[in-house]
Ligand binder design. Structure first.
Ligand code: GDP
Ligand code: MG
Length: 163
């Protein structure tokens, strides 16, 4: 196996939509509503001459907001531990949240290669919103639309370069 690429981030930012786009699968459940318990989902993908495995995270459980957040942390931890490269996904329409900063922290501490995907930027005219996310301190920041594919080629070029 050439490598494992993990997609992490808080719920509803578009991780599963990105997973589906990268893998050409429809296995990940895309849903607006929290409350579905799922494990991580794996699928094979290729880009340029590289084959790799993509991991979608975000199985999370219903419960108090404390349980909810600790579950997200736990999922992120597992995914970061097993990954070779990590894609942190944030929601370009909602702006930065404290949970984004926490997961970014976990990723930086791992010392593994990582990139930031600012998702839901469906038009290149809105690429400027990545500026709001630069304070996360990631060197590589990509405006993307998991729905229509804007920016995902550039993202993948960078990610597979780390494999
Ligand atoms: P996850 O919880 O992070 O896995 O997020 P999902 O992939 O389930 O997506 C959550 C919601 O955001 C769904 O309604 C998606 O259709 C929507 N969404 C995901 N990516 C995009 C995008 O690039 N643009 C827009 N406009 N909506 C998106
Ligand atoms: Mg999901």
């Amino acid at each position: 196996m050439a490598g494992i690429i993990a997609i992490v981030g808080r719920p509803n930012v578009g991780k599963s939509t990105l997973f589906n786009r990268l893998t050409g699968r429809r296995e990940a459940i895309v849903d607006n509503t929290p409350g579905v318990t799922r494990d991580r989902i794996y699928a094979a993908a290729e880009w340029l001459d590289k084959s790799f495995t993509v991991v979608d995270t975000g199985g999370y459980t219903e419960g108090s907001s404390d349980d909810f957040e600790s579950e997200i942390r736990k999922q992120a931890r597992y995914a970061i531990d097993e990954a070779h490269v990590i894609i942190l996904v944030v929601d370009g329409r909602e702006g930065l949240s404290p949970l984004d900063e926490e997961v970014a922290d976990q990723i930086r501490k791992s010392g593994k290669p990582h990139v930031l995907a600012v998702n839901k930027i469906d038009s290149p005219a809105d690429d400027y919103v990545i500026a709001d996310f630069l304070k996360l301190g990631f060197n590589d920041v990509f405006p993307i639309s998991a729905v229509n594919g804007h920016g995902t080629g550039d993202l993948l070029d960078k990610v597979v370069g780390h494999l």
